[in-house]
Design a protein around this ligand. Sequence first.
Ligand SMILES: [Zn+2]
Length: 265
Amino acid sequence: MDITLVPGFNPGPYTGAGNNTYVISGEMPTLLDAATGEAAHLTALAGVLGSSSLAQVLVTHAHPDHVDGCDPIAERWPDAVFRKLPWPEQDRLQSVECVPIADEDRVAAGDGVLRVVHTPGHAPDHLCFLEENTGTLFSADLVVAGSSVVIPASRGGSLAQYLASLRRVLALGPARMLPAHGRAIDDPAAILNQYLEHRQLREDQIVAALRAGDRLPDAIVDRLYEGLDPRLKRMALESVVAHLMKLREEGRTRSDSEQTEWELA
Ligand SMILES: [Zn+2]
């Protein structure tokens, strides 16, 4: 599989150095993720495509740093077909019509085939794409080397689903992962296990914070994330609430109906 990384040129507090998008060259020139439509991204994309046209864009999920580029890309490459797993309330923010794809579909890309792997948790529509001959997994926002992934509890995130997705990908045994943020991952099992351990540690810390008398997610964030960049506080809150909700699903916490105050069940 002939894969070229094309950076999204959209650095920021939530995107790190910016998004990675990938061109798969061949019979079916394919772009993995649309990034945010920066002029530099479109120029770089045109450079990699050269004389071939763009046949399709596979979108991993409807977060803005993955889909905002869809409309500008469609404008420049009007024959490109866009495919993603539907998330209706988010998808209508783009004018591009996406052809629906689903878990375990096989999609032709480049000179090969990608297996669609639905991996909800970070977002309900989150997909990874596995090239089975080489074990290459386009892993989107499943993991980021040297960092962690936000589970936005108030916007379709689910920690229980996320943990199941990490375990599912671990069981698939990919040889390498090409993420939407950060460097390529040559030892997927190690990072997937680290992530599972990290979430367990966080859960233990949150249970300890509740036991110590913290009631508000805000107080738990202040206890757990010392020296947090204030711009990231909202996301840290989301992560803590995601844990609290998972624990509630398991009958281990309860909250008032507004989810402002929490305690151990
Ligand atoms: Zn995302």
